[in-house]
Design a protein around this ligand. Structure first.
Ligand code: FE2
Length: 296
C-alpha cells in the first residue's frame, strides 16, 4: 500500500521530525522503513500525533522497530500496565487511594537535561512516551539534538573536547537530586555496587549513523578525566549552555494521542513541571535496548 505522510522538521538545526498521516496500528514494512530512517536522519527524535491506542500491542510493535523492549523489572509492578510489563505508567493518577503510576515531580528551571541511565551499562538506547492524559499547560518535555549541537561548535572547541572521557555516576545524580529534595534517601550500598561509575566519551559516535554528538547528560557527570573539578564543571556548563539553545531544542506540548520516540545516544531531554494538584497527566513509557555509542 502506498503511504501518504507529511513531515515537519522541528528545529532550525534539523533536529527532530513530526510525521502525520500515519497510524501506528497499520504498521507494515514500508512504513516501518520510512519511520526508522526518518528517526535516524533527524538526530533521533520522532513525533507522531493523533494516535488512537486501541490495543497496547500496537505501541509495543511500533517501539520494537527501534530496539528490544525492556521489561521494567526495577519498577513497582503497580506502575505497569496490566498484562504489559513493557509499558510503565508515568503520571499522577491514583487507584484506590494509591498512585498507580510512577510520579516524579519535575523542578522548575534550571531544567534537568539528561539522557536516560547513562550511568548504566548497557545504556537503554531509547525511550518512547505515549500521552494518555495531559494538563492544559506545563508538563512539557524538552528535547535537545546533540549531533546538531556538536556540529555547531567552533573548530577550536571541537579539537579541545574530542577524545575527552567523562565519569558518569548514579551516586552523583542522586546527591544532586537530594540537594533539590532532602526527602530523597541516599543511594544504598547495594545500589552503589550495582551502579559503579562508568567512563563515557564526551564526544560520542552513533553506532548506526556514525554521526558525532555531544554526550552530555550534565547531571550524571561526576568529572572529566585529567581535569580539576572546577575546570571540568566550567567546560561542561559551557557546552550545555551551547547545546540547549533554541536552535537545537524542541518542547513537546503534550496532547492525548501524541507519541514521541527519542534516541538516548544523541539527544537530551528534560521534564517541565505542571499543576499536579489540579490536573492529571498520564503517559505510557517504553524503553528499548540497542547498540551502544563509542568514542568518536
Ligand atoms: Fe528521562
Amino acid at each position: 500500500m502506498e503511504i501518504r505522510i507529511d513531515t515537519r522538521t522541528l528545529t532550525p538545526a534539523g533536529f527532530g521530525i513530526e510525521i502525520s498521516g500515519f497510524d501506528m496500528s497499520r504498521l507494515d514494512n514500508q512504513s516501518s522503513q520510512v519511520l526508522t530512517q526518518a528517526f535516524l536522519d533527524h538526530g533521533g527524535l520522532l513525533v507522531l500525533r493523533d494516535q488512537a491506542l486501541e490495543n497496547p500491542n500496537d505501541l509495543c510493535q511500533f517501539t520494537a522497530l527501534f530496539g528490544e523492549l525492556e521489561n521494567n523489572e526495577k519498577y513497582d509492578p503497580r506502575y505497569l500496565l496490566p498484562d504489559y510489563p513493557e509499558i510503565l505508567r508515568i503520571g499522577n493518577t491514583m487507584e484506590n487511594g494509591q498512585h498507580n503510576a510512577l510520579f516524579i515531580r519535575a523542578d522548575p528551571s534550571p531544567l534537568l537535561w539528561h539522557c536516560d541511565d547513562s550511568f548504566r551499562h548497557p545504556q537503554p538506547m531509547g525511550s518512547c512516551l505515549y500521552c494518555v492524559q495531559a494538563p492544559p499547560s506545563g508538563g512539557e518535555t524538552g528535547f535537545a539534538g546533540m549531533a546538531a549541537a556538536y556540529e555547531g561548535l567552533s573548530e577550536t572547541m571541537k579539537s579541545r573536547i574530542d577524545g575527552l572521557v567523562t565519569i558518569h555516576s548514579y551516586d552523583h545524580l542522586n546527591k544532586l537530586l537530594r540537594r533539590r529534595n532532602p526527602h530523597r534517601p541516599p543511594l544504598s550500598h547495594a545500589m552503589k555496587q550495582e551502579h559503579p561509575p562508568v567512563r563515557r566519551p564526551l564526544v560520542a559516535c552513533h553506532p548506526i549513523t556514525q554521526r558525532k554528538s555531544l554526550y552530555l547528560p550534565l547531571c550524571h557527570i561526576e568529572s572529566i578525566e585529567g581535569m580539576t573539578a572546577t575546570e571540568g564543571e566550567a567546560l561542561l556548563e559551557e557546552l550545555q549552555a551551547h547545546a540547549i539553545q533554541e536552535r537545537y531544542t524542541y518542547f513537546q506540548q503534550w496532547r492525548p494521542g501524541d507519541l514521541v520516540l527519542w534516541d538516548n545516544r544523541c539527544t537530551l531531554h528534560a521534564p517541565t513541571p505542571f499543576d499536579d494538584e489540579s490536573y492529571t497527566r498520564l503517559m505510557y513509557r517504553l524503553t528499548v535496548t540497542g547498540r551502544q555509542i563509542s568514542a568518536a
